[in-house]
Design a protein around this ligand. Structure first.
Ligand SMILES: [Zn+2]
Length: 162
């Protein structure tokens, strides 16, 4: 008895270009559920995952305010690259409009180097650290076929680099 609704496969372009599912930011990050049998799966908040071994895990058991903390954290770290992108675009626009297009050849590589070598590594470290502080939740597998197993696997927010 499968309870999880099969997701339609995203188009190829989306799968290639995207390292996370569409709308993942607005919906919040997926939660990594590790089944007692060892299988792991990223589950959306509030969704039920049925493992191949038959156990069912319901992420709605996680308190909404605790999940909101994780979500706020993700959004906070997501804001940095967005702000950097907007600032770079603004500067590029400024150089273009003031006829200083030669500066663009310096600005764009500089922005990429700044992002790749300085901002991103620091951001990743801080994000991982911040995720580590968050609680790990223990879920109880829901009865599947009436066996009523009560086990607590490790559930953790999936570290996702901004
Ligand atoms: Zn399992």
């Amino acid at each position: 008895m499968k309870s999880q609704v099969a997701r339609p496969k995203p188009p190829v372009r989306e799968r290639l270009a995207d390292h996370e599912r569409p709308r993942a930011v607005l919906k919040g990050p997926p939660i990594t559920v590790t089944c007692t049998c060892g299988e792991r799966h990223g589950v959306d908040y509030g969704a039920v995952w049925e493992c191949t071994c038959g156990r069912r895990w319901n992420t709605a058991q996680i308190k909404a305010d605790e999940y909101a903390r994780l979500r706020r954290l993700q959004l906070r770290f997501r804001a940095v690259p967005v702000a950097l992108g907007i600032a770079t675009s603004g500067l590029a626009m400024y150089f273009l409009l003031t006829g200083n297009s030669f500066s663009l050849f310096f600005l764009l590589p500089l922005a990429l180097i700044l992002w790749g070598m300085m901002v991103r590594p620091v951001l990743r470290r801080r994000y991982s650290k911040a995720l580590g502080v968050l609680p790990r939740w223990n879920l109880y597998s829901e009865p599947s076929g009436g066996d009523g197993i009560k086990e607590a696997p490790a559930v953790s927010p999936r570290p996702r680099t901004p």
